[in-house]
Design a binder for this molecule. Structure first.
Ligand SMILES: CC(C)(COP(=O)(O)OP(=O)(O)OC[C@H]1O[C@@H](n2cnc3c(N)ncnc32)[C@H](O)[C@@H]1OP(=O)(O)O)[C@@H](O)C(=O)NCCC(=O)NCCS
Length: 175
């Protein structure tokens, strides 16, 4: 069992993140330039989960604009799924939202993407609408998901419960 750490993504990480992105989305992935541009975007924050050998296992990106945050990307390397890595990145992103006085978090997700939809529902994101034919590669609809105000007790209590559960089990990618 190895420990993982969450670190800010830097331009040195882009090649590795891009490799994971290609594995995850062979036909419709971000370009390397998209990641480089995002790392220069003052409104954006990108983090990676790395193991003890500094291998990148998962990553997330968030824009923060006034009182709203938008999750732009989230991915876990296919070999390291169901090890709670996406959850610990969501926790990191939401903690940052609290630090920056964000009130609402939103994102778009493919309507067929049940793993991701389940993950977001676990954090009490709710579907508030559909963008028809949003994805260019296959014209799939996007579900727009939003949190309630993250300072409300319902959201906070659920968030703290997830954090407590994660603390009880050591995060391992060897699962
Ligand atoms: C969605 C994704 C990021 C989840 O990553 P992960 O590190 O495997 O997720 P975790 O182990 O942290 O799981 C967290 C929760 O997500 C949900 N989930 C994850 N994988 C799931 C699956 N295969 N089936 C159903 N629910 C799933 C569950 O609610 C899970 O909580 P639980 O363990 O209590 O059941 C990963 O499957 C992935 O990279 N998918 C491709 C990229 C993608 O879809 N990104 C999101 C774009 S909006």
């Amino acid at each position: 069992m190895q420990k993982v750490k969450i670190v800010k993504m830097t331009s040195d990480d882009v090649d590795e993140v891009f490799h994971i992105e290609e594995l995850i989305h062979p036909n419709h992935h971000w370009s390397k330039n998209s990641f480089y541009n995002e790392l220069g975007n003052k409104l954006a924050s990108y983090w990676c989960v790395k193991n003890e050998e500094d291998k990148i296992l998962a990553f997330i990106g968030v824009w923060q604009i006034f009182e709203e945050a938008h999750i732009t990307t989230l991915g876990t390397h296919p070999d390291f799924r169901r090890c709670q890595l996406a959850q610990i990145l969501m926790i990191k992103a939401i903690e940052e939202c609290y630090n920056n006085m964000i009130k609402y978090i939103t994102l778009e997700v493919r309507e067929s993407n049940l793993p991701a939809i389940n993950l977001y529902k676990k954090f009490l994101f709710e579907s508030i609408g559909v963008r028809k034919n949003y994805y260019q590669d296959n014209s799939e609809n996007a579900i727009i998901m939003f949190t309630q105000n993250i300072w409300y007790d319902t959201f906070k209590n659920n968030f703290n419960k997830i954090k407590d559960e994660i603390k009880k089990v050591s995060v391992s990618y060897d699962c």
